[in-house]
Design a protein around this ligand. Sequence first.
Ligand SMILES: [Cu+2]
Length: 127
Amino acid sequence: MRTTFLDAAALCVAIAAAATATAVSAQAPASAVDHAAHHPPVAASGSAPSPATRLAEGEVRRIDREQKKITLRHGPIASLDMPPMTMVFQVADEAMLAVVKVGDQVRFAAQKADAALVLTTLEKVPE
Ligand SMILES: [Cu+2]
């Protein structure tokens, strides 16, 4: 009776050890991925935009400095899930409009704010 119990206990320990060893080796790849996530490649950090914040492309159709509005004929905007169209954007700062004129090709990022779309980035594409 006592011997049987000890044998069973020993067997239990052996199984537990084996299970622990399996768990450790199974976790190794996951923790490696975890570690990589905490240390992204240099290219993904810093000022390089991620795919989600990549700039959309457009052409300036109208500029309204007083109303701080700009009309762009734009290509698809992935971050807003928007197809190509011509539409009006608000700008947060009138100074953003100073760098562009009607007919310019531009790159931009926009953000939903209340009922309007506000440009957060606007830059002229060098020709
Ligand atoms: Cu649009």
